[in-house]
Design a protein around this ligand. Structure first.
Ligand code: PRP
Ligand code: URA
Length: 206
């Protein structure tokens, strides 16, 4: 299931992130703000259980999170979304999956994996860009092999091609995004998109 989060502050953040004049410091900060709004929506699926809390005046009922939360950024660009999640759930475990897209074939290449226990946890795989969907589909397959059984994929900008690929290969995984864009171009860049997310976050573009 695809959820396109509709919020005026998120739409404004996406506009800032699309703007080619936004320097990398502002890009990184704005992406963090957008990630917090996406996290707020995606974390709705986390269950709570009752607990008691003492106010200065009396004891009353409250809730605590019943689920373990795991956030898995797809390196490198996914790192830009992690703080948006852990600011709400500081106890979340963070796994890392290293993948880059081969520029010629557009296929994902794995280079790193360090994943905490994921079975029965609420696992949020985060990456700003869902283009062909190759990286996301590969990341989700990897986590399923590790036992993940409650996965959500969270991105900032999705292309229809990537959404279709996830619906085909991972129909059980909800996808949360801030924007569903028009198409991929012949270099598999999202249009209108925001360019190379990793380069824009880390300032590595020429
Ligand atoms: C980007 C992006 C995704 C991937 C999306 O990463 O962050 O991981 O491309 O493309 P896909 O849906 O076609 O697989 P990139 O390969 O540029 O690596 P980086 O994050 O290290 O810059
Ligand atoms: N990766 C990016 O960073 N941007 C795109 O448009 C496609 C893949």
């Amino acid at each position: 299931m695809l959820t396109v989060v509709d919020h005026p502050l998120l739409a404004r953040a996406v506009t800032t992130l699309r703007d080619k004049r936004t320097p990398h410091g502002d890009f990184r900060r704005t992406l963090g703000d957008a990630a917090a709004i996406l996290a707020y929506e995606a974390l709705r699926s986390v269950r709570t259980e009752p607990t008691e809390v003492e106010t200065p005046l009396e004891t009353t009922e409250g809730v605590r999170l019943a689920d373990e939360v795991v956030v898995v950024p797809v390196l490198r660009a996914g790192l830009g979304l992690v703080d948006g999640f852990v600011r709400f759930v500081p106890e979340a475990r963070v796994g890392h999956l290293g993948m880059y897209r081969d520029e010629a074939t557009h296929r994902p290449v794995d280079y790193y994996s360090n994943i905490p226990p994921v079975r029965d946890a609420r696992v949020f795989v985060v990456d700003p860009m869902l283009a062909t969907g190759g990286s996301a589909a590969g990341a989700l397959s990897h986590l399923k092999q590790r036992g993940a059984n409650h996965l959500t994929f969270v991105c900032l900008v999705a292309a229809p091609e990537g959404v279709r690929r996830l619906e085909e290969y991972h129909p059980d995984v909800p996808v949360v995004t801030a924007a569903l864009d028009r198409e991929l171009d012949d270099k598999a860049y999202i249009r209108p998109g925001l360019g190379d997310a990793g380069d824009r976050i880390f300032g590595t573009q020429a």
